[in-house]
Design a protein around this ligand. Structure first.
Ligand code: ARG
Ligand code: ZN
Length: 895
């Protein structure tokens, strides 16, 4: 029987409060696959045990798009009924063996959930609810079972057969087929199941860990890609060593495998012992990948590896607890990359980059229609909740624990968490309790109930601070008040626990010793305060001149800080703050203030930069000791998205015009300094993707971009010609792509032959072609030419809507990374968006629902954008047969 979803059914929301333990446990699963792209046969033998803590209930197994052939209970044919997508068996004995035989069609699986075919190989993706597309099962993370898996397939077409755990048997079968049997020694939830079959080659590395155990690490890719796996392997080796050193967590598997596929909905997946990755986060060579790609690979390899403990050994009780594993694992991968970066400056650069992601992606989400708490209370489609809130804000919540209990205390908390919960499926509350119980003398235990509001309340708190210096008493009093705006379903918010790390700078830019009134302790450098009230004051004594406060150092909490800094104060912080994060932040504030003033006064000249700002930027560029990477971050203006968030009503064209004018002004007024900078950073020696040399390349690319901008503004061809030469001669992709971007971004005619040459050079490198597409659709919108160009690129023979990376490189890049090209006065961008959402929804709902979020912030737009955007969303919502994924996104957008 073929399960067809009732497409008119209104999508129903699942509530966190409705959680109940499973009525049945699955102790073991024995799966046997006869792999065939058209018809794969799946035999699933489960040992079931009734949960005797609960009253007797029928067994309900989830299944989706499966053809059911046979059901046997203890070897006997059995009656069952279907209830929607569930297979229901009543009157089972308390312990029994259930055998279910189904078939599926992997080659038609364009959703890329469950078992699918990519480049003639088989892959699986089960998180969150893909296992039910492979066989009938209790598809929920708190049902953990032991797995053994037999794979059978044509030996010539599928020489490599992989699943979780250890290979225990393999051999040839009749008719050119062969088999492999895998046994996973760890019990696991079904979302961590994986199989891979195909023509793959592998890089292998044996390692001996600190604990003295031997392990085999393998990375599987298509033949021809093996030379691009060295960096991923090194990242994996570093990950293993780091988790053992920092948290005492060793590798618990003899064999750890990573497999790359070019068709993947997300970044990567932590299946036990068999991680499956988007090729984007595995493959890198200096010729094909940029420094950013290298650094992303290191993070994602680390992230998936760290899930082996935080996610796999201890998993989530239910999907509302997703941030339990994701927030914690993002925090761990951030710490890993920070520790690997080395120098204090490189560590700060990593923090700034992470904060930029949080602010440009998560803060808008938290202020929009999809705002949800780190631990949501309800969802329609769980795939929609793999969000920057669950991941990045979740990581900030974990970071605050570390700020509150200290680094050693946090490590003790993690140790206790594993002592208590290893092998179990638990909740965010269990994690919080472990960290608090391991640190009884810290501030955390007494604050814990209130601290947990970070899990339950959505929205970004806004902390306003005011400082009063009193010369007579030699005190400086900082008064903080916090407020969090209403979010969907949550009108009133209670005060959060907000750790505020701060320092006070004297007139020479040195940190003052800090002593709070009535306290003996004196802090040199920074001090951590903890806000708990809607409003509270802190009085520092022994202050003999008005200081400049450096508040929220390192972004010690995921909040917006409002402080009425004067330009002089910001320039002081930019020049002297001992906290590099706040030094960068001061530069951003100077730019934001200038940009928003110019945006809001539409009669004003959009070129908004004054001499003080330009001189400050010049001083940073010329600075003798600051690292190149840091300079590049300071000189980068706040993004259009970030600027838009600072406004109440957004005219995307005006935002773009002002920011562009500011860039041109920096280009022209600092021209001599850009030339010096270019000359000083041009040569970085033999390519390595380390923090120092990639920082130099980034600053060099920035200089070239500004020099091309200035040249075009001044009608001079010298720098575009230099950029073209650099593009041609580059020995690595970072320099080559930066030169190409400089040409494309300046709109110079030399961009056209350069783009052609780039395509010719890399026409067989899918990941490079993604860059080629994305660069063109994010190019400046000259006379409204971007949208026609996007449409033309969709007709290119290398374009495919079915490949998520390619679809995103053209469609999402245009709709989400080119505001001025997308928000057109004629609404043609919105029309295009709604057509693509609908087209993609029929192929791959997850990709469609992500794209659907491009108009999340429609209600903030100025007219006529606002009305036009709403109409486009309404057109999508009106379509019948929409997936749950897209339906949830557009319904919330219109609510
Ligand atoms: N757990 C994966 C990770 O963060 C994400 C996989 C989610 N995939 C999905 N299709 N929803 O590493
Ligand atoms: Zn993850």
């Amino acid at each position: 029987m073929n399960q067809i979803l009732d497409e008119q059914a209104p999508a129903t929301a699942i509530q966190r409060a409705d959680y109940s333990a499973p009525a049945w446990w699955v102790d073991s699963v024995d799966l046997c696959f006869d792999l065939d792209p058209i018809k794969t046969r799946v035999l699933n033998k489960m040992k079931l045990r009734r949960n005797t803590d609960l009253p007797v209930q029928a067994l309900r197994l989830d299944g989706e798009e499966l053809n059911l052939a046979r059901v046997l209970v203890n070897g006997q044919g059995s009656t069952f009924k279907m209830d929607g997508n569930q297979l229901v068996l009543s009157n089972l004995p308390d312990e029994c063996e259930l055998e279910i035989f189904t078939t599926t069609c992997p080659s038609k699986n364009t959703k890329l959930m469950g078992l699918y075919v990519s480049n003639d190989s088989f892959f699986t993706q089960c998180e969150a609810e893909g296992f039910r597309r492979i066989t009938y099962f209790l598809d929920r993370p708190d049902v953990m079972a032991m797995y053994s898996v037999t794979l059978r397939a044509d030996k010539a077409k599928y020489p490599v057969l992989l699943s979780n755990g250890n290979l225990v048997d393999s051999g040839d079968l009749e008719g050119g087929r062969h088999f492999a049997k895998w046994v996973d020694p760890h019990k696991k939830p079904c979302y961590l199941f994986a199989l891979v079959a195909g023509q793959l080659v592998c890089r292998e590395q044996r390692i001996t860990t600190r604990a003295g155990k031997d392990h085999t690490l393998q990375i599987y890719v298509r033949s021809g890609d093996l030379d691009k796996t060295e960096h991923a392997m090194n990242s994996l080796i570093h990950s293993v060593a780091w988790d053992e050193a920092r948290f005492g967590l060793p590798l618990d598997l003899e064999r750890f495998m990573i497999v790359a596929t070019s068709d993947f909905n997300m970044g990567a997946m932590e299946n036990k012992g068999l991680n499956i990755f988007n090729t984007k986060y595995v493959l890198a060579s200096q010729a094909t990948a940029t420094d950013v790609d290298f650094s992303n690979i290191e993070s994602v390899v680390g992230h998936e590896y760290f899930h082996n403990w935080t996610g796999n050994r201890i998993t989530c009780r239910d999907w509302f607890q997703l941030s339990l594993k994701e927030g914690l694992t993002v925090f761990r991968d951030q710490e890993f990359s920070t520790d690997l970066a080395g120098t204090a400056s490189a560590r700060a650069v990593k923090r700034i980059e992470d904060v930029r992601v949080l602010r440009t992606n998560q803060f808008p989400e938290d202020a929009g229609p999809m705002a949800h708490p780190v631990r949501p209370d309800s969802y329609v489609e769980i795939s929609n909740f793999y969000t920057v809130t669950i991941y990045e804000k979740g990581a900030e919540v974990v970071r605050m624990y570390q700020t509150l209990v200290g680094r050693a205390g946090f490590e003790k908390g993690i140790t206790l968490y594993f002592e208590r919960h290893d092998g179990n499926a638990v909740t965010c509350d269990d994690f919080a309790q472990a960290i608090a119980d391991a640190n009884p003398s810290s501030v955390l235990p007494s604050l814990l109930p209130q601290f947990k509001r970070w899990y339950s309340q959505a929205g970004t708190p806004r902390v306003s601070a005011q400082g009063v210096f009193d010369a007579a008493s030699q005190t400086y009093t900082l008064t903080f008040s916090q407020h969090c705006a209403a979010t969907p379903g949550q009108t009133e918010k209670l005060p959060f626990v907000i750790p505020v790390v701060l320092g006070l700078l004297d007139a020479n830019g040195n940190d003052l010793p800090l002593q709070l009134e009535g306290q003996d302790e004196i802090h040199t450098g920074s001090q951590r305060l903890v806000l708990t009230e809607a409003s509270q004051s802190f009085c520092f004594t022994g202050v003999n001149a008005e200081p400049v406060p450096s508040i929220l150092r390192g972004l010690s909490a995921p909040v917006v800080l409002a402080f009425d800094y004067s330009d002089a104060q910001l320039l002081h912080l930019l020049a002297h703050d001992s906290d590099p994060f706040n030094r960068w932040e001061a530069g951003q504030r100077l730019a934001v203030n200038r940009a928003t003033a110019a945006i809001n006064d539409s009669s004003a000249n959009p070129a908004a930069l004054d001499a003080a700002y330009i001189d400050a930027m010049r001083a940073v560029l010329r600075h003798p000791t600051l690292d190149a990477a840091f300079k590049e971050l300071v000189l980068t203006l706040p993004s259009e998205v970030y600027l838009a968030e600072q406004l109440t009503v957004v005219d995307p064209q005006r935002v773009h015009t002002v920011r562009q004018a500011m860039r041109e002004q920096l280009a022209i007024e600092l021209k001599a300094d850009w030339e010096t900078t270019y000359a000083a950073t041009q040569e970085t020696g033999a390519y390595t993707p380390d923090a120092v040399s990639s920082g130099k390349r980034a600053l060099c690319g920035m200089a070239l971009t500004h020099l091309c901008l200035a040249a075009v503004a001044e009608g001079n061809d010298q720098w575009p010609a230099i950029a073209l030469q650099r593009f041609k001669n580059a020995s690595n992709m970072t320099d080559r792509f930066n030169a190409l971007s400089a040409l494309v971004g300046s709109g110079h005619a030399l961009a056209i032959p350069a783009l052609e040459e780039f395509h010719a050079l890399f026409k067989n490198e899918a990941l490079v072609l993604d860059k080629w597409f994305a660069l063109q659709v994010t190019a400046p919108d000259v006379g409204g030419n971007t949208l026609p160009n996007v449409k033309k690129l969709m007709k290119h023979s290398d374009f495919s809507l079915r490949n998520p990376n390619r679809a995103r490189s053209v469609i999402s890049s245009y709709c989400q990374a080119n505001p001025a090209g997308f928000h057109r006065l004629d609404a043609a961008g919105y029309q295009f968006w709604s057509e693509r959402v609908l087209e993609l929804d029929a192929i791959n709902p997850q990709v469609a629902a992500r794209l659907a979020r491009a108009l999340d912030r429609w209600s903030k737009l100025a007219e006529p954008y606002r009305t036009n955007a709403r109409q486009a969303i309404a057109r999508v919502a009106a379509k019948s047969g929409l997936s749950k994924d897209t339906q949830e996104v557009v319904t919330r957008a219109l609510a």
